[in-house]
Design a protein around this ligand. Structure first.
Ligand code: UDX
Length: 453
């Protein structure tokens, strides 16, 4: 995208939540809006901070997060998110107050653009009389849960979810009810309910909502979100397709796998990655290894340090594993994923269905083998398998099941049909980004909205 030559008059203050799957889309959005002429400040907690040298055009400011060591070392996501929401409000307020004091009249703060999970940022915006823009980095469908679950809880629905007719939850698209029920059963503490209600509240109060999605991918959910939250929602497309590839990886990307991919036959490789957070146990790691060893397809497998809790994982693989698969298998600790998915050798993606991975896969026309772990990943799998029909579900982590599922996806007729649909979906996404189409128009409307503040 061409950077517009215009005087910088508006500064956008981004507030990040420090997880890879959120840092990526937020920095992509910041880059898109920078190219539209806004100047950018990135405020981030000290934990997991992004590499500022990848973005010399932005100003980065760390704020204190006081994260409890116990939650961090246990990888307790809910504990970390709750602590960030409790501990960062004061430091964020002070930080922006200082920025306002030192403000250059030609470079004024226009608004605070925050990750929806850092929902306290809306209170900070209200307090400082600045507009707040909430960014949902997961699909719009996940916001429906926030909209309805405090009400469901009040009405006592949660405890009856399994026995009652789910038809009564008429606010939600029918497809999502099973996943919603499953995720709601995991909302077991008052703290979780409070956080969900706080997210819903911030979305109701924000001046605009940006969702990393495309209208046609989840039209029903987007319409519902607009109704339930009365929010002006901007669906500007998969953020990563609106700009040249940038890396915001917290781990070092191993680019050797690209030369390995370049030697493989077209559409022959199954790429395997479970994102930055999901973890498996040692037995599941070994079953995955033997499933891949026996599947007869070339494979590229991301074995991230910590994929098995507390281990660097590679040491857990059998000593003869690499020998037994030889050149057919390539294992890396972290891959340049967007480049991998765009490589012609990749014919399938076994994924945990994080929303970024899902969008990146459909944008390259790569069909998916889905094994979700938690949260939105279950909803994302439903989209992939039942709505867009570009993937299939892996039932369990058992070597034989893995081998069969990979064959279905990569070799069998049903997999070939999915690949055709995936390519069609990729083309539809590309069309939506073109001048005059939904994402293009939505981005222009967003820029106008920000300029109106
Ligand atoms: C988290 C949640 O787990 C997910 O459910 C939610 O939708 C987003 O936040 P994560 O599990 O890390 O994200 O998955 P995902 O959303 O797929 O994001 C991972 C990102 O890391 C992607 O942008 C992917 O391209 C990148 N990645 C992953 C790499 O660059 N290299 C890798 O080897 C693996």
């Amino acid at each position: 995208m061409e950077k517009q030559e215009q005087q910088k008059v508006s500064r956008l203050v981004f507030v990040l939540i420090p997880f890879q799957g959120h840092i990526n889309p937020m920095l992509q959005l910041a880059t898109i809006l920078y190219a539209k002429g806004f100047s950018i400040t990135i405020i981030h907690p000290q934990f997991n901070f992004p590499n500022s040298s990848n973005h010399p055009e932005f100003t980065f400011i760390p704020i204190s997060d006081n994260l409890p060591k116990r939650e961090v070392s246990a990888g307790d996501l809910f504990g970390i998110v709750s602590a960030l929401n409790k501990n960062c409000e004061g430091p964020l307020t002070e930080c922006i107050k200082e920025m306002l004091k030192a403000e250059d009249p030609h470079d004024r703060i226009s608004c605070i653009v925050y990750d929806s999970t850092m929902c306290f940022s809306q209170s900070v915006a209200d307090h400082l009389k600045l507009p707040g823009i909430c960014v949902r980095t997961s699909p719009a469908a996940t916001m429906l849960a926030f909209a309805v679950f405090p009400r469901l809880h009040e009405q006592g629905y949660i405890s009856f979810l399994e026995s009652m007719s789910l038809d009564r939850v008429s606010d939600l698209p029918s497809l999502m009810l099973k996943e919603l029920a499953a995720s709601m059963k995991k909302i077991t503490t008052d703290g979780m309910l409070e956080l969900g209600a706080a997210v819903a509240d911030s979305v109701k109060k924000c001046s605009a909502l940006i969702v990393n999605t495309v209208d046609f991918l989840e039209q029903e959910a987007i319409t519902k979100v607009q109704e339930l939250f009365s929010a002006s929602a901007f669906t500007i497309g998969p953020f990563h397709k609106l700009l040249p590839t940038i890396s915001s990886s917290l781990l070092k990307e191993d680019t050797n796998c690209i030369s390995w991919l370049n030697k493989q036959a077209p559409k022959s490789v199954i790429y395997v990655s479970f994102g930055s957070i999901a973890s498996i146990d040692e037995k599941e790691l070994l079953e995955t290894a033997w499933g891949l060893a026996n599947c007869e397809q070339p494979f590229l497998w991301v074995v991230r340090p910590g994929l098995v809790c507390g281990s660097n994982c590679l040491e857990l693989l059998p000593i003869n594993f690499q020998d037994s698969v030889g050149e057919r298998g390539c294992i890396v600790e972290w891959a340049p994923q967007k480049e991998v998915l765009a490589n012609d050798a990749v014919g399938g993606f076994w994924s945990h269905c994080g929303w970024n991975s899902t969008l990146e896969s459909i944008c390259e026309g790569v069909p998916m083998l889905c094994k979700p772990f938690f949260g939105d990943q279950n909803i994302n799998m439903r989209y992939v398998c039942d709505v867009w029909n570009v993937g299939l579900e892996l039932e369990d982590f058992e070597g034989g099941t893995i081998k069969k599922a990979i064959k279905r996806l990569m070799v069998d007729t049903e997999g070939k049909e999915m690949r055709k649909k995936a390519i069609h979906l990729k083309e539809k996404v590309e069309l939506s980004l073109k001048e005059g189409d939904s994402c293009y128009n939505s981005l222009n409307d967003l820029v106008k909205k920000i300029l109106s503040f």
